[in-house]
Design a binder for this molecule. Structure first.
Ligand code: IPE
Ligand code: IPE
Ligand code: MG
Length: 243
């Protein structure tokens, strides 16, 4: 393990398992999502304390619209409420929020709330928090390609990269999924090309600082090769050679 690899610059998380957390307690699923917000608040603080510079979380996928209507509306209300309640503290703590995803199908009121949260925290530099909401990796690739086509720009890896919704941050170093499933579920399809993957069986509301530290420690033991050989990495003196 090298010191450079100890703390990931950018952590991305599929916050999965809220529904099961609630069901096990005979509570409605939305109670699990509420607890998920608490877990996110704790995670933001823990990442910030550890020197992580970017945290990207999956809050609502393009496919989550197909859930029962009461759960979808519960999640919409929760996002609006959580932003209203948390933004002053996030502003104080140096966290800059970006909401990442397709806003075109969200209500006018919701769009305004998201823009306000972003504007209020725009001067902050300690931690960037990307909340992926109505987001899908396929949506992102398609919208980036459509944007370039509309501008008559050639489609290359570099131009697509610039047109993506997460172009303001480097690719995630560590991608965590909680809740026991071993899949990406249409999260950062483009950006996770060389992310280290970490799967935790803990449900998201139970994913605490200790669990985060375990994930970071596991990441620290990985050798990131980016297509090179171990020998090349050793002689370059850094496993972040292509990061
Ligand atoms: C993740 O938890 C949060 C969202 C998808 C919004 P789930 O709601 O998927 O929880 P499980 O997987 O059903 O337990
Ligand atoms: C992924 O979780 C989306 C979010 C965490 C927001 P899902 O629970 O929707 O994923 P699947 O359906 O199990 O693949
Ligand atoms: Mg799930």
């Amino acid at each position: 393990m090298s010191a450079a690899n100890a703390i990931p610059h950018h952590i991305a998380i599929v916050m999965d398992g809220n529904g099961r957390w609630a069901t096990r307690r005979y509570l409605p699923r939305v109670a699990g999502h509420r607890q998920g917000v608490e877990s996110l608040r704790r995670c933001v603080r823990a990442c910030s304390d550890r020197g992580v510079r970017v945290l990207t979380v999956f809050a609502f996928s393009s496919e989550n619209w197909n859930r029962p209507p009461e759960e979808v509306s519960g999640l919409m209300e929760l996002l609006a409420m959580a932003l209203g309640r948390e933004v002053p503290q996030l502003k104080h703590d140096g966290v800059r929020i970006h909401i990442v995803g397709d806003r075109s199908t969200l209500s006018e009121k919701m769009r305004l709330g998201l823009a306000q949260a972003e504007a209020t925290t725009a001067q902050n530099t300690r931690l960037i928090l990307n909340v992926c909401f109505n987001y899908g990796g396929r949506w992102d690739i398609a919208q980036a390609a459509a944007k370039l086509a509309a501008q008559g720009e050639a489609i290359t890896e570099a131009s697509l990269d610039r047109a993506m919704a997460l172009s303001h941050v480097p690719d995630p170093d560590l991608l965590i999924r909680t809740g026991g499933e071993r899949r990406i579920s249409n999260f950062l399809l483009w950006q996770a090309a060389y992310s280290e993957l970490y799967f935790s069986d803990r449900l998201w509301p139970d994913f605490d600082e200790i669990a985060l530290d375990e994930a970071i420690a596991d990441y620290g033991r990985r050798e990131r090769r980016f297509g090179l050989t171990s020998g090349q990495i050793a002689s370059s003196g850094s496993d972040r050679i292509a990061a």
